[in-house]
Design a protein around this ligand. Structure first.
Ligand code: BV8
Ligand code: ZN
Length: 223
């Protein structure tokens, strides 16, 4: 079994989604700030945005949707959680076998020497943060226009091709290559179940489109 999650599974934990209503991020569009160009142009602004997101996410706790996926992982001998989220709530909930396609907001990477490290402080004392080598640090996430971590997509495709069932939760299925896992699962003959507040571009091809909140539907689905 494989599960693909997006920002929608964290919405009930108080973490704003990217494209839904209550949308975003202190009046910035993610596509404008979550890019290497924006960071090169104005690292201070991008870091203010990420600092605000870190503060927001730090207050959030995993919800019943995250918890249901942990129970599912325990029940299923073959299970892979593939997440687009960078908030770390699946980790906090106790998920184990997880692929973080877009990185982790609680990790940093040096733009000079390339070293990377965890930093879980909700608010950073100094913006922008720097590496021990003095180089400018960046969030340990994948920005638009950047490739996913080496081998990550291959691992996600492998897990998807092995799965009899792909459960897709809380994603608008607009960001690639993550969204391509949905048609890939269908082509491989898997049954695809979608749990989302609103229809997505793949609502027509999934086997079962459950419209509603992940925090309500997932616990019932898992039982
Ligand atoms: C790459 C990390 C190549 C940063 C993120 C034109 C066409 C197709 C593709 C492209 C194109 N132009 C550019 C591209 C490629 C681009 C892309 O897909 N753009 C999109 C916008 C069209 N992709 C990339 O750039 C990727 N890289 O392609 O590299 C390459 C290869 C080699 C060498 C060089 C380059 C990188 C993409 C990763 C970008 N990083 N995040 C950060 O977070 O700070 S993406 C960002 O969007 C988040 O990770 C987020 O997870 C992701 C997807 O969004 P969703 O998770 O789906 O969230 P969203 O708000 O959209 O939807 C939430 C859904 O939940 C809604 O439907 C809502 O109804 C629902 N919901 C709400 N509440 C609930 C709920 N459901 C259930 N219960 C609820 N309670
Ligand atoms: Zn460094």
């Amino acid at each position: 079994m494989a599960v693909l999650t997006g920002a929608g599974i964290s919405a009930e934990s108080g973490v704003p989604t990217f494209r839904g209503p209550g949308g975003l991020w202190k009046d910035y569009k993610p596509e404008d700030l979550a890019t290497p160009e924006a960071f090169a142009r104005d690292p201070q602004l991008v870091w203010e945005w990420y600092n605000w997101r870190r503060e927001t996410i730090h207050k959030a706790k995993p919800n019943s949707g995250h918890a249901a996926l942990v129970r599912l992982e325990i029940q299923k001998p073959h299970f892979t959680l593939i997440t687009q989220n960078v908030d770390g709530l699946h980790d906090m909930a106790g998920s184990g076998r997880m692929l973080k396609l877009h990185g982790d907001i609680w990790r940093m990477r040096c733009t000079v020497c390339g070293s990377n490290w965890p930093d879980r402080r909700a608010t950073l004392p100094k913006l922008p943060p720097h590496c021990g080598c003095g180089g400018l640090a960046r969030p340990g996430v994948v920005w638009f226009g950047e490739p996913l971590p080496e081998g990550m997509m291959q691992e996600a495709e492998h897990a998807t091709l092995e799965a009899q069932v792909l459960l897709v939760v809380g994603t608008s299925a607009q960001v690639y290559p993550a969204a391509s896992l949905i048609p890939l699962a269908k082509q491989a003959g898997a049954r695809v179940i979608q749990v989302n507040l609103e229809p997505t571009p793949y609502s027509e091809i999934v086997d079962c489109a459950l419209e509603g909140a992940a925090g309500e539907i997932l616990p019932r689905l898992v039982e």
